[in-house]
Design a protein around this ligand. Structure first.
Ligand code: DQA
Length: 152
């Protein structure tokens, strides 16, 4: 089955955007490392980014249909700033029954107060925060391993 990785606003700027916070790897670098991992795990990878909230909602709904059909495992989601603002993304995760691992490159809890709350965390399976761009691979492993001990 396919593992989806969905990135929200401004993550297309990874590598040049606040490198002291987000590091020097580009989103293309991250995609390449994710693909090496999913290849080794025997899963397909669909890796996408959008700055538009509605597009992200559409993608989550599509992923939910694939999960229901058995052709996808779920999504690794870095929703960027929409994490802290978007009831619509949360409703899409719940409404389309999308198994979701929330990822943040930075440790949002060590940053501004407004980054401490996530609308998505209560409806995520798990959360990977503060491991830099390596967090995507940790999240993929988590999604792939999910259910092996009977949980989730
Ligand atoms: C982020 C953290 C968010 O607070 C921020 O708005 C981002 C990136 C992260 O990966 O650390 O755009 O999701």
């Amino acid at each position: 089955p396919t593992i989806h990785v969905v990135n929200g606003p401004n993550l297309n700027l990874l590598g040049t955007r606040e490198p002291e916070v987000y590091g020097h790897e580009t989103l293309a670098d991250v995609e390449a490392r994710c693909r090496t991992l999913t290849d080794s795990l025997g899963h397909a990878l669909v890796f996408r980014q959008s700055n538009s909230e509605g597009t992200l909602v559409d993608w989550l709904q599509d992923i939910g249909r694939e999960v229901a059909a058995g052709s996808a495992l779920g999504v690794v989601l870095n929703a960027g700033a929409y994490t802290h603002t978007s009831v619509a993304l949360r409703d899409a995760i719940v409404g389309a029954s999308v198994p979701t691992i929330e990822v943040h490159v930075s440790n949002v809890h060590a940053r501004e107060e407004f980054r401490h709350h996530s609308y998505l965390s209560p409806v995520a399976i798990g959360i990977v925060v503060g491991f830099g761009t390596g967090g995507y691979e940790l999240a993929i492993r988590g999604l792939a391993e999910r259910g092996r001990d009977g949980r989730g």
